[in-house]
Design a protein around this ligand. Structure first.
Ligand code: AMP
Length: 557
């Protein structure tokens, strides 16, 4: 029996937040470190990004915060500004139902006055880069006397970046009794020496991996932007047309969203996760076994032990949090001597997980080019030509010959008549929906990998900026001025944080600094521009036309 979050003795509020975030069970690093961190001991956890390490230290930090106390009680050091923001956001989400827990990321590049103002109001959890933290210590705007938990995140990365002295300086300002925990992808010598010097009898947590036989499955991956995942999933399903497919997501929330999207598009998809009652699960599984459902969208927990022989394809829509999960997942296909394919969708930092999985499974997972619209057309063409040949051979179409004759008498060419009939049929069936999507060539959708690390959230804006799509444009009487004032009035963004504004007939784009982009989207969605209600969303890369992620077009008649 796997450990559940409830077994970890967490508060109602944190459990509620975890539920809302859709986490189904603790990841291996969480299961091991949360109880120890709650006890207050020092530890070193070996965990890389993607394993759930942020929540592994974030949850105990939140649980150990005394709400009445306004002092800084936890300090997390991260190597980069992006990581600071991400970690602070994740902790804030986990603390959502704990009233009065305040989390603040502090990093260079952001006006220090703003950070000072917030610090003065009382913040219990600070997530910072070493340089900026020292700056605040020296200005006496950050007091560390009340800190109970100290976390060094991505310790190996920090050492590589030459932060050792800075870290030592910060540790020097912490109380003697502080709990010190280090998280690192490797247990390099330098880290272990550092631990010996600064920690008190630390517990060492390695997520021990069992030796596993890797099933013989044809494995490959796509390198794609996360916003393209739904589209590519449908392309894969259309082109490969697998008999039964299991699509794996990491959270219940994602499972529900994705299932809904697929059903809207006309796929026979069902969700499988731990929130379903046993009878519901049995129903879903029965349908899947009988092929009444083609696509099962599942979490790892729910899919454990599924043994349906006819599964042709496993798709890792999210890369798994643990290498072992990967092996479990792909083992759902290629059963009983059949063939099977496992496709992983790898976006951004998930690449590191792919690398680890390859190391762990000692297999090379090859990258494949994204399936193109062209391939879908070709697959559809083949299918429809077959259908036409079949219809001609069966002779049923003869019943409509008199209509053809009428048109021939009007001097229309047989080719025109046949094409028009086919076109009407295709329209009726929703065939060719992908041809309307206007995605550009796949290779242009993503910048080359080397550039990508500089661009943490690639949303098609210029470096450091996100691009927001707005549903209003020139025909609504909108000008750049209107968009700019809407942003400045409804968000905290400064003028300097707003970039290029492009107004088109029916929609517009505006670039804003990454850090304000989420707020801006939220605020714009609630606001009106020139009296018109707008819908705003983070844009797809520049080359793609703005379209809603999901269309509700039937796939099957
Ligand atoms: P991290 O390793 O902290 O960068 O986390 C990677 C991603 O996994 C983040 O998006 C987390 O929100 C998510 N995550 C963390 N814990 C869990 C969990 N127990 N189940 C599912 N997702 C999780």
């Amino acid at each position: 029996m796997e450990l559940s979050f409830k077994d970890l003795h967490l508060s109602e509020e944190v459990l509620r937040a975890i539920e809302e975030m859709g986490f189904e069970e603790p990841s291996p690093i969480q299961a091991q470190t949360i109880p120890l961190m709650l006890e207050g001991v020092d530890l070193i956890g070996q965990a890389q990004t993607g394993t759930g390490k942020t929540a592994a230290f974030g949850i105990p930090i939140i649980e150990r915060v005394l709400l009445k106390d306004e002092a800084v009680q936890a300090l997390v050091l991260c190597p980069t500004r992006e990581l600071c923001i991400q970690v602070a956001e994740e902790i804030s989400r986990l603390a959502k139902f704990k009233r009065n827990v305040r989390v603040l990321p502090i990093y260079g590049g952001q006006p220090i006055e703003r950070q000072i103002r917030t610090l003065k109001k009382g913040v219990q959890i600070v997530v910072g880069t070493p340089g900026r933290v020292i700056d605040h210590i020296e200005r006496r705007t950050l007091k560390l006397g009340g800190v109970k938990t100290f976390v060094l995140d991505e310790a190996d990365e920090m050492f590589d970046m030459g932060f050792r002295e800075d870290i030592e300086l910060v540790i020097g300002h912490l109380p003697e009794t502080v709990q010190k925990t280090f998280y690192s992808a490797t247990m390099a010598r330098e880290i272990m020496d550092f631990a010996t010097k600064y920690q008190d009898d630390p517990k060492i947590i390695r997520v021990v991996k069992k030796e596993m036989t890797v099933p013989k499955v044809d494995q490959f991956y796509y390198d794609l932007d996360s916003h393209m995942k739904p589209e590519i999933l449908t392309r894969v399903l259309d082109i490969y047309n697998p008999n039964l497919t299991i699509v794996f997501c990491n959270t219940k929330k994602m499972v529900d969203e994705l299932t809904e999207g697929l059903v809207d598009k006309g796929y026979f998809a069902e969700a499988l996760h731990g929130d379903l009652k046993q009878t519901q699960r049995d129903q879903v599984m029965n349908k899947f076994r009988k092929s009444k459902v083609d696509v099962l969208v599942a979490t790892d927990v729910a899919a454990r032990g599924i043994d349906v022989d006819e599964v042709d394809m496993v798709i890792n829509y999210d890369m798994p949090q643990d290498d072992e999960y990967y092996v479990h997942r792909i083992g759902r296909t290629a059963r009983a001597g059949r063939e099977g394919t496992a496709i992983s969708f790898v976006s951004g930092r998930e690449y590191y997980k792919l690398r680890d999985i390859q190391k762990y499974t000692k297999t090379k997972i090859l990258r494949k080019e994204l399936p193109t619209i062209h391939e879908i057309r070709r697959t559809q063409d083949i299918k429809h030509l077959d259908m036409l040949r079949d219809a001609i051979e069966k002779g049923e179409a003869k019943k409509l010959e008199h209509l053809v004759n009428v048109l021939l008498e009007e001097d229309r060419s047989p080719v025109d008549i046949a094409s028009a009939a086919l076109w009407l049929y295709a329209k009726e069936k929703g065939i060719g929906k992908h041809q309307e999507l206007d995605y550009v060539d796949n290779d242009k959708v993503r910048p080359p990998r080397d550039n990508r690390r500089k661009l943490p959230f690639d949303k098609g804006g210029k470096w450091g900026y996100a691009r927001i799509f707005l549903s209003v444009g020139r025909l609504d009487g909108i000008s750049e001025r209107h968009v700019l004032s809407a942003i400045l009035n409804s968000t905290h963004a400064q003028k300097a944080e707003v970039g290029k504004i492009d107004i088109y007939d029916k929609y517009s784009f505006v670039e804003v600094k990454e850090r304000v982009s989420k707020d801006a989207v939220q605020a714009l969605n609630k606001s009106k521009i020139k009296g018109i209600e707008v819908s705003a969303e983070l844009a797809k890369p520049r080359m793609a036309k703005p379209k809603k992620r999901w269309h509700s077009e039937p796939r099957r008649g």
